[in-house]
Write a protein of this length. Structure first.
Length: 609
C-alpha cells in the first residue's frame, strides 16, 4: 500500500536572526488525525516556527510542504481585528452562509461572547482572542495550528475546547503551556531544545518520562566523552604536525569528541528556599463585604478570615469577580459595604494582568537592580540580582539584552522576577501562567510550594493550581462563592458526585460562615481531612450495584491494559501512517471511557464506604 502523504512535512529547516540561531536542520512531519503539542522555553522560537509554517516569515534553509489543497486554520497569539467590525462581521469565515452563521453563534456562546453586534474595538484583548479562536473553529479546517489557545479562557471554556478538539478526526499542531490540556488532547509532543527538535510519540506524561531518559543518556555520553577526551588530548599534544591517513582520521574524531565533551546539559535549578520571610498571625479579614456593578453582583455580605501560611486558589468563570476581589483586597477598589482589615505585618507582592510596564531601552539586569541588588534568603544566605535572574532561566547573555528584544513570555518572566525581588510575605498572583514556558512554570511552582508566607492565585491552569494551592474560593456568579478545602482536581471530583440541582444559592454570606471559616482555616492545609464529598450516607450498595462495581473493576483493568499497549505502539516508531492515525484516534476515546467508568466506580465506592 502506498504511503499516505503527511499533512505537513518539514525537512532540514534552519532559522537565524543575525548571529542568533533559533533552530538548525530540524525535521518533522504531521499525519492526518495526529494531535501534536509543541514545547519549548520562552525565546527559543516556538512562535517563530509557527510563523514560518504559515508563510509569514522567511527561513534560511530547508523546506516546508503542506499537502495540496489542504485547508489550514491559524490561531495567532495576538490576533488583530478592524475595531469598527461587529463581532459577527469579524467572523469572516461565515461568508453570509446561514448554517455557518448559526455555527458561529453556537461557538461564540460557548466562548462567552454573546453580543454579536458589539464593535470589536470595545472588546478586551482576551475577548478578541476568543473571537479569533471561534473564527478558526467555524472554518472547520483540515489542519488547525493554534498558538496558546487556552489563554484568556476560563476553566469551563478550556474543558469545552478539550472535548471539541478530541471529537472526530481533527489534526492539529499547538503551542500551549497547559499541561493537563497537552495530556488530554495531544498524542505526539515535539520539543524544541538546543536548536534542534525531538519527537515523543505519546502524551505529556510520556514526554516527561522519555525526556528525562534522553537527558540522562546525554549526560552519560558527555561524561564518557570527557574521560576519553583527556587521553586523546595527550595524544594530540604528542603527535608531530605531519600525520598519516590513520592519524588524520583520529584527529577528526578528536574534534568531534571535543565538541561532545564541551557541550552542556542545562542542569535543573536548585530549589530556591527563603527562610527570612516573616508574617504575623493576623493576615486579613473580609467583614461582610458586598460589591455590585450595573447588572452584576460580585459579592454579597461575604465573610472570610484568611489564615497564616494559607495557599489559596481562586477559580470561576470570566466576569464572576475574581480580579475585582483581588483589587479590593489590595486597596485598589473599595467594597460597597463592609470592610477588609489587613494585618500590620503583611507586605503584598502583586502580579497583575496589566503589570507589564518597562523602559524598553533598559537592560534586563538593570530592571531588577533598580529594585534590589540582592535577595536575602536568611541564615546568612543571599542571591545577587544576576543569580536570581539565572534561577528563572535568564542566561548572563540575556540579562544584558535590552527589554525591547525580549519575547512576550520573557517579558512576563521578567515582570514576575520584579515582583519576587521585592521580598513580599504575601503573594497575590493574577493569571501568572499566561505566556510562561513549562520549565519556568515548574520553577515557579517549586518556589511557591516552599514560600514561607501566604499565597493567593487566580489561574485557569489546572495543573499549576493542583501543584500550588490547598484551598479554593470558587466564584460561581451572582455573588455566590464556594469555600472548598482542597485543590482544583479534588473540587472537580467532588462536583461530579453532586446532584446537578444542588448548586448553592448562597455562599459564605451568612453570619454562621464566620465560625465555619475559622474552623476551616485549621484544616485548609490538609484538604483530605475535610473534603465535603465524603457525605455520611447510611445506604448500602444493592446487589445490582455490587455486581456493577465488580464489572467496572474488570472493565477498568482491561481499558488500562489496552491504553498501555496503545501508548507503547504509538511510541514504537514502527507504525504506518494509517495505523498511527487509527491508534491516535482511539486513544482519546479510550481515555474518555476510562474516566467515565472510573468516576462511576468512585461514586459507588462512596456509597459502599
Amino acid at each position: 500500500m502506498a504511503k499516505e502523504t503527511p499533512y505537513l512535512d518539514v525537512q532540514n529547516l534552519t532559522k537565524s536572526f543575525g548571529s542568533l540561531v533559533l533552530f538548525e536542520d530540524i525535521s518533522f512531519s504531521i499525519a492526518e488525525g495526529q494531535k501534536v503539542g509543541l514545547i519549548a522555553k520562552n525565546g527559543t522560537g516556538k512562535s517563530t516556527l509557527l510563523s514560518l509554517l504559515m508563510g509569514k516569515d522567511g527561513y534560511d534553509e530547508g523546506s516546508i510542504i503542506f499537502r495540496r489543497d489542504l485547508r489550514v486554520g491559524l490561531l495567532e497569539q495576538s490576533p488583530k481585528f478592524d475595531p469598527n467590525d461587529t463581532v459577527l462581521d469579524a467572523c469572516f469565515n461565515h461568508e453570509g452562509n446561514e448554517e455557518k452563521v448559526l455555527k458561529a453563534k453556537q461557538i461564540l456562546t460557548q466562548l462567552k461572547i454573546r453580543d454579536l453586534n458589539q464593535p470589536m474595538g470595545q472588546l478586551s484583548g482576551g475577548q478578541q482572542k476568543r473571537v479569533a479562536l471561534a473564527n478558526v473553529l467555524i472554518l472547520e479546517p483540515d489542519f488547525l495550528i493554534l498558538d496558546e489557545p487556552t489563554n484568556h479562557l476560563d476553566l469551563e471554556m478550556i474543558e469545552w475546547l478539550e472535548g471539541y478538539l478530541n471529537r472526530g478526526r481533527k489534526t492539529l499542531l499547538m503551542v500551549t503551556h497547559d499541561r493537563y490540556f497537552l495530556d488530554r488532547v495531544c498524542s505526539v509532543i515535539l520539543e524544541l531544545d538546543d536548536r534542534t527538535i525531538y519527537t515523543y510519540r505519546g502524551n505529556y506524561s510520556y514526554y516527561l518520562e522519555k525526556r528525562q531518559e534522553r537527558i540522562d543518556n546525554r549526560r552519560a555520553e558527555i561524561a564518557r566523552a570527557n574521560n576519553l577526551y583527556r587521553t586523546e588530548l595527550e595524544w594530540m599534544r604528542r603527535m608531530p604536525q605531519a600525520r598519516g591517513h590513520k592519524a588524520k582520521y583520529r584527529e577528526d574524531a578528536f574534534y568531534e569528541l571535543e565538541r561532545i565533551a564541551k557541550s552542556r546539559i542545562e542542569e535543573r535549578q536548585v530549589r530556591l528556599k527563603a527562610s527570612n520571610v516573616y508574617i504575623g498571625s493576623k493576615i486579613f479579614e473580609c467583614q461582610y463585604i458586598s460589591k455590585e456593578f450595573p447588572n452584576i453582583t460580585i459579592l454579597k455580605d461575604f465573610y472570610y478570615n484568611f489564615s497564616r501560611f494559607e495557599k489559596m486558589g481562586i477559580v470561576g468563570n470570566n466576569g464572576t469577580g475574581k480580579s475585582t476581589f483581588l483589587k479590593m483586597l489590595l486597596g485598589e477598589m473599595q467594597p460597597d459595604e463592609g470592610k477588609i482589615v489587613i494585618g500590620d505585618t503583611v507586605r503584598f507582592g502583586y502580579f497583575s494582568q496589566e503589570g507589564l510596564k518597562f523602559d524598553e531601552q533598559q537592560k534586563v539586569i538593570d530592571v531588577v537592580r533598580d529594585i534590589a541588588e540582592y535577595v536575602d534568603l536568611g541564615s546568612g544566605r543571599h542571591l545577587s540580582a544576576s543569580q536570581f535572574l539565572q534561577h528563572f532561566l535568564f542566561t548572563p547573555e540575556q540579562q544584558h539584552n535590552y527589554v525591547y528584544k525580549l519575547s512576550g513570555g520573557e517579558r512576563r518572566k521578567l515582570y514576575l522576577c520584579t515582583v519576587l525581588m521585592r521580598n513580599p510575605n504575601f503573594l497575590v498572583l493574577d493569571e501568572p501562567t499566561n505566556d510562561l514556558d513549562i520549565v519556568t512554570l515548574q520553577i515557579l511552582e517549586e518556589y511557591l510550594q516552599d514560600f514561607p508566607g501566604c499565597v493567593i492565585v487566580v489561574s485557569h491552569d489546572r495543573y499549576f493550581m493542583d501543584k500550588v494551592v490547598d484551598h479554593l474560593l470558587v466564584f460561581k456568579g451572582e455573588g455566590v462563592v464556594k469555600d472548598f478545602p482542597g485543590n482544583y482536581t479534588q473540587y472537580r471530583e467532588w462536583t461530579a458526585l453532586q446532584p446537578q440541582e444542588s448548586a448553592p444559592k448562597s455562599s459564605l454570606s451568612s453570619k454562621s460562615s464566620q465560625s465555619s471559616s475559622s474552623s476551616q482555616s485549621s484544616t485548609s492545609n490538609n484538604s483530605s481531612t475535610s473534603n465535603p464529598s465524603r457525605n455520611n450516607n447510611p445506604r448500602k450498595l444493592s446487589f445490582k450495584e455490587k455486581r456493577e462495581m465488580e464489572q467496572l473493576e474488570k472493565d477498568i483493568a482491561a481499558l488500562e491494559a489496552e491504553k498501555k499497549q496503545l501508548e507503547e505502539a504509538l511510541c514504537s516508531g514502527t507504525l504506518s501512517v494509517d495505523e498511527l492515525t487509527e491508534k491516535s484516534k482511539r486513544l482519546p476515546l479510550l481515555n474518555d471511557e476510562l474516566d467515565e467508568k472510573s468516576m462511576r466506580w468512585l461514586e459507588l465506592s462512596e456509597i459502599g464506604g
